[in-house]
Design a protein around this ligand. Structure first.
Ligand SMILES: Cc1ncc(COP(=O)(O)O)c(C=O)c1O
Length: 441
């Protein structure tokens, strides 16, 4: 057997990163003994687990579209041992079958091998594990680097924790690493440096942008020099539809560094399997993942076993190859939706808005040309009131800037609407923009 060359950062490295909440948690006296139950020959009288034979469900029949032949249906049945496991309490980090499948996925997608100092934990959606990670890393008032604009679903966590947010500029290539460098190199002496940077590197929510390779490398280098963690929130990773080959994740790129363990990666099944099934997962250094598991044990014991069992039976029937075939079809779907949206943008908003075409995800981020030469203007009242009055709902850019900065940008999602609805929505938006510019239709 060849020795792994991957050098994981030592456990002590993470001590300074944990919040008081995380440090003061004690392992559950019952849950911490669960792994022992798997010891061969051991008779466990440990947990107050109900007997699954008393539960009324006897089997679950799942019918899903074949990824290779969408006309064909794959029928999977969950019964016997798998069903009993799905109906029972399970480990805080997830059921072993699903975890193993996900380890295989992370190895194929990011080149990260199991047993090299990192782990996976399943959450009830990625939001669940993102939330726990912030609570386990940050004390009230500490400093966090965030890309700006930033996913509004995490801004509320930041404000609840009253974090001091250092907004890092982004453009069509993702985080402007030069701006990050300048922030860190001019950091006030004596003030503790930020513990982490939060970013959505593929098909960013809200900007739709995908971070370029050279930018990612520079950000990673800065993380080493200035000693911070990278929180890679990547639910749109499998929704990449650009022409160029996809760039590696931060989680993959850190393998090129001297030692690994600065990247905490969040994946989601919401955009590719189902949003309602609530399955996401975090991959990252063992000490941090242990803390997240303890958090899960405290908050809701574990992610639901049954949804994990169902997810596993679908993924297992497909295999990793089938999963990639499925995600390619999903990304092609959004590619086509993107094109429909852009066609309508060109038809109605030419000269009234500016945008960069997204190559992943499901969002268009466009700037309304409502400025007066010195000021770009603010889309907020136009989008919140005028557009709604005309029958279009979108999001004004300002809500994605934690500091409440005015913004001429708008976020529009192209995931759901028919071409006719898109055309009509943008026609209505055109009238609103013309009105704001004081022009006639
Ligand atoms: C950037 C980002 N992170 C996290 C989430 C939460 O995803 P999940 O459904 O996996 O909780 C979303 C959902 O839209 C998102 O856009």
């Amino acid at each position: 057997m060849t020795e792994s060359k991957v050098q994981a950062l030592p456990v002590e490295f993470y001590t300074r990163f944990f919040s008081e909440l995380a440090t003061s948690r004690k392992p559950s006296p019952i849950r911490s003994l669960f792994p022992l139950e798997r010891t061969p020959g051991l008779i466990s009288l440990l947990a107050g687990k109900p007997n699954p034979t008393t539960f009324p469900l006897t089997s679950i029949k799942l019918t899903s579209r074949s990824p290779t032949n969408p006309g064909e249906e794959i029928v999977t049945e969950v019964n016997g041992k798998a069903l009993a496991e799905g109906l029972q309490y399970g480990p805080s980090d997830g059921i072993p079958d699903l975890l193993n499948w996900l380890y295989g996925l992370q190895e194929r997608s990011h080149g990260r091998k199991k047993g090299e100092g990192w782990r996976i934990s399943v959450g009830s959606g990625s939001q669940d594990v993102i939330y726990k990670t912030f609570l386990d890393l940050f004390n009230t008032g500490e400093t966090l680097l965030v890309e700006a604009p930033v996913y509004a679903g995490v801004s509320s966590i930041f404000s609840a924790l009253r974090l001091e947010l250092i907004e890092v500029e982004t453009d069509a290539k993702g985080i402007v690493s030069q701006s990050l460098r300048s922030i860190l190199e001019n950091w006030p002496a004596g003030k503790p440096k930020p513990k982490a940077l939060y970013t959505v590197p593929y098909g960013c929510n809200p900007t739709g942008m995908t971070a370029a390779l050279e930018r990612r490398k520079e950000v990673l280098e800065l993380a080493h020099v200035h000693d911070f963690l990278i929180l890679e929130d990547d639910p749109y990773y499998y929704l990449y539809f650009g022409q160029a080959p996809r760039v590696p994740s931060y989680f993959a790129l850190e393998l090129e560094e001297q030692n690994v363990g600065r990247v905490i990666r969040f994946d989601s099944m919401s955009k590719i399997l189902s949003a309602g099934i609530r399955i996401g997962f975090v991959s990252g250094p063992e000490p941090i993942l242990r803390s997240i598991d303890m958090h899960t044990g405290f908050s809701h014991l574990q992610p639901p076993s049954l949804t994990q069992t169902i997810t596993f039976s679908i993924l297992n029937a497909w295999g990793h190859d089938g999963f990639y075939t499925h995600t390619q079809a999903v990304s092609q779907f959004y590619h086509d939706k993107r094109d429909v949206f852009e066609t309508a943008m060109k038809k109605h908003l030419d000269g009234l808005a500016e945008w960069t075409r997204p190559e992943a995800g499901m969002f268009f981020w466009f700037k309304l040309l409502i400025g007066n030469g010195t000021d770009e203007g603010d889309s907020e009242s136009i989008i919140r009131t005028k557009a709604v009055e005309r029958g279009v709902l979108a999001l004004p850019g300002t809500i994605f800037f934690p500091g409440g900065k005015k913004s001429a940008y708008v976020r529009a999602s192209f995931s759901l609407n028919t071409p006719e609805e898109v055309d009509e929505a943008l026609r209505r938006l055109k009238l609103v923009i013309l009105d704001a510019r004081g022009e006639q239709a």
